[in-house]
Each structure stands twice: as structure tokens, then as C-alpha cells.
Write a protein that binds this ligand. Structure first.
Ligand code: GLU
Length: 297
């Protein structure tokens, strides 16, 4: 088997909070308990959503948590040439078309499981007279994708009815997350993706692009998503508090509890190295609730 290469890929839209810490800790523990590598990638592609200083703050918090990463950090904001080349390869295969529809024009389309609009295919056979290109989309045809999630079990999706032809380059000229994540997971030779279950519905689109580009598919494990009392994903918008970088161990221990482990009382007051010592040797997938979301503490 290939040596394990995991990753944590935060979007620097704000400081690390409990929700993003779950993805960081879960991916870190899977990697370290398998003697694997753990890489970090800054998903700062979406400049309008990126908060100045957040990337450095996230890295500082990871360091304060005692979570050292391997290799150098990949910054998506520096890789648009590589995404452009990948898009060109898909275009050469005749899978990509220009779309001139505005959000308003597709607003009454069906909804994908992640809330995205399912594009009705209006521009699939060419732009209508008088319409200018806005985005680039990939034609999914009748692709049906199946994969085994290491925690959530067997998954399948019919891309045509559950995702639709999706955007690879946005109307604002930025490459879409779905394209960048595939190119970057391949670039970093990631063998195992561990992340929140909010991305479960995106995985078939990513596998689809991997296959079109002839790239290997990593294994996937989607952790329960931490939600607040209203059932909303923890985020800056839902006012999730940042992890306290002067005293991060209690938050780390809370993540273990969230993921089904029972850390001993003394661990809450331990140092980060003591914490990881216990966490790595007691880590098991068996105890993680097989749920898509769970209330955060
Ligand atoms: N950047 C994404 C996020 O913070 C995660 C992407 C991924 O893990 O594939 O939600």
C-alpha cells in the first residue's frame, strides 16, 4: 500500500473554531496513527471570502495545538496557472461549455443535496443568441458515481439528477473549489481525505473530475459535521468562537469527546505533547458516531 498522506485544507475565512478543529484533529489523528504524513493546504482561492490574516492565524493555532504539518503549505491563491491548465485539458476532451446564465435565470432549478442549484443545461448546446459567456461548466451526462466512505459507508450519486452540469470556472473568473480540490489533492499525492460531512455530497463531483483527468481517487472519510443548537454548521457567520490558542488543550479534548472517545480527566489539563500521546494511541474509527452532523458542545 502507498504510504498514507492525509491533509487538512482550511478556507481562511476566519480563525479556527470548533467545527474546523474537528476536521483538523480527525485528519491529523488518522494520519499520525497510521504513521502517515499530514499536509496542510490553504484554500484561499476564493479571494472575496478570504479574510486578511486568517491563514496565518490558523497556522499559529495549529502550532499552539502541537499539530505540526509535513512539507510546505500549498496556497491555492498561487496556483491559478495550474487550474487553468487542468481546465484546458477538460476543454480539449470536449467536456466543458460556456454558460451565459445568471443566477436569477437558474433560480427556479432543482436543488442539489448541498443546496447548490441543479443547472438545467440551458447553454449545453451553445450560448443562445445575444448571451455572453459567464461561467464554464462541465457536462456530466449520465455519470453515476459510487464510492465507499470509510465512516458513512457506501455512497452513490447520479450526477445528472443530483448535481447537474457544475461550474469549473466562475463568473468572476475564479476557478471553482471542485476543480481546485481535485488538482491539489493529486498534486499533494493525497491518499486519504478526512473532512466534514458537509462535503460528502461534493465527493462524487470530485471523483468525476479525477476520472476525466486520469487522476487516482483518494479514499474518503467524512466526519460528522459540528452544528449549533439551530442545526447550522459552525462558522464565522454563526458566530462560532475561535479556538483559544493560549490554552488549546480543552478544545482538543472536546473534539475527542465529539468523535466518541473518552479522554481521562487529567488529559484536559495536559500539555499538547501529552495530549497527542494519549489521543494517537487511543484513536479508533469504531467510536465515531456514524452521523452526518452532531451538536457541538
Ligand atoms: N476548504 C474546505 C473547507 O474549509 C475544505 C475542503 C476539503 O477538505 O476538501 O470547508
Amino acid at each position: 500500500m502507498d504510504p498514507y498522506r492525509g491533509r487538512f485544507a482550511p478556507s481562511p475565512t476566519g480563525p479556527l473554531h470548533f467545527g474546523s478543529l474537528v476536521a483538523a484533529v480527525g485528519s491529523y489523528l488518522e494520519a499520525r496513527s497510521r504513521d502517515g504524513l499530514w499536509l496542510v493546504r490553504m484554500e484561499d482561492l476564493d479571494a472575496p471570502r478570504t479574510q486578511p490574516g486568517a491563514a496565518d492565524a490558523i497556522l499559529r493555532t495549529l502550532e499552539a495545538c502541537g499539530m505540526g504539518w509535513d512539507g510546505s503549505i500549498l496556497y491555492q491563491s498561487r496556483r491559478s496557472e495550474t487550474y487553468r491548465a487542468a481546465l484546458a485539458r477538460l476543454e480539449a476532451k470536449g467536456r466543458v461549455y460556456a454558460c451565459g446564465c445568471s443566477r436569477k435565470e437558474i433560480a427556479d432549478s432543482g436543488l442539489a443535496p448541498d443546496g447548490a442549484l441543479i443547472y438545467p443545461g440551458t447553454c449545453r448546446n451553445g450560448l443562445a443568441q445575444g448571451k455572453a459567456e459567464r461561467a464554464k461548466r462541465v457536462r456530466v451526462d449520465d455519470a453515476r458515481i459510487e464510492f465507499e466512505d470509510a465512516l458513512q459507508g457506501p455512497m452513490r450519486q447520479n450526477l445528472a439528477t443530483e448535481a447537474g452540469d457544475f461550474v469549473l470556472r466562475r463568473a468572476d473568473g475564479l476557478h471553482a473549489y471542485q476543480l481546485a480540490v481535485v488538482v491539489d489533492d493529486a498534486e499533494q499525492e493525497i491518499t486519504d481525505v478526512v473532512r466534514g460531512a458537509d462535503l460528502l455530497a461534493s465527493t462524487p463531483r470530485q471523483i468525476f473530475i479525477q476520472r476525466l483527468l486520469g487522476l487516482p481517487s483518494p479514499r474518503y472519510l467524512h466526519l460528522p459535521l459540528a452544528v449549533n443548537a439551530a442545526g447550522e454548521k459552525l462558522s464565522k457567520q454563526t458566530l462560532a468562537p475561535p479556538v483559544d490558542e493560549r490554552n488549546p488543550v480543552p478544545a482538543l479534548a472536546q473534539v475527542l469527546v465529539f468523535l466518541g472517545l473518552s479522554p481521562p480527566q487529567a488529559l484536559w489539563q495536559s500539555t499538547p505533547p501529552e495530549f497527542w500521546n494519549w489521543a494517537i494511541s487511543n484513536w479508533t474509527l469504531e467510536r465515531i458516531p456514524r452521523r452526518l452532523s452532531l451538536p457541538a458542545p
